[in-house]
Design a protein around this ligand. Sequence first.
Ligand code: ADP
Length: 303
Amino acid sequence: MKIAVIGSINMDLVLQVQRLPQKGETLLADHYEKVPGGKGANQAVAASRLGADVTMFGALGKDGFGDELLERLKQEKIHTEGILRTETPSGNAMITIDEQGNNTIIVYPGANFDVTEIWIRDKLELLEEAEWVMFQLETPMKTVEDGILRLKASGKNILLNPAPAKELPDSLYPMIDVITPNETELALLSGTEDIEAGARILLKKGVRQVVVTMGEEGSVAISHELAIVGKPYRVKAIDTTAAGDTFNAALLVALMEEKGMKEALSFANAAGALATTKLGAQSSLPTKEEVLELMKKGLKQNA
Ligand code: ADP
């Protein structure tokens, strides 16, 4: 079961403060933590923890964060031959969280913008090994477009998680097997807030399968043939960072294990729910055993 992830790798610098600072104000933080993140790396680590054989394609600076992030990916059993080291500093995100859980985030894309279509073309031989390729939108759009075009032409299956929300060229849709927007992203891509109508617009543009994540409401999968609702799992959510990334990885792992869509949604909902029960991005990604455990408990709750 081989997955390639083409995407971002960041170091998240998380500061917990009593309240968010005003303009011009200096505050002391109560707690500081450095957590590996970036949508691409989160999805790669989540898929690996759930049992997939994952190769990551991205870029890191030749700096301390770059060394550390590369080492963390290796520790997660991810193949790293697809990662370029560049002179640009590694990507990072400055996150402040107040006592009510409100946050402000500044992302510095850094080396992630050096993941060019030329780097990906250079790595096509390595990409040949993958059955599925996952993309998000934290690398340059040109890389996403060119990568999807070439990889679809060489027979790969494509999952696009269109996050953070950005418009996509119409020519891209027919090459996407599964697209996984959340409600906000779907509204931007389709121009309507109605989930079913929005999904049908994307299907009409040529996507094979639309899977919409809806936070604590769970998820829904809509194709030309049918619509399937994935019921949410009830958990004590404390930080929803990386819930969507975990959902995406879990959905793909389940589909690659030839699970039907209903079961795949259930597996992905359980994985996404678990990611909300711990602070941080990669610190919160569950293992396969933890997901199966929650699914068993959830079934009992519903019985
Ligand atoms: P994103 O972070 O990309 O907006 P969502 O918030 O929709 O993604 O979360 C992805 C998935 O994680 C959801 O479809 C759901 O299965 C699960 N999830 C997220 N938040 C919760 C929650 N509070 N309780 C239970 N499940 C959740």
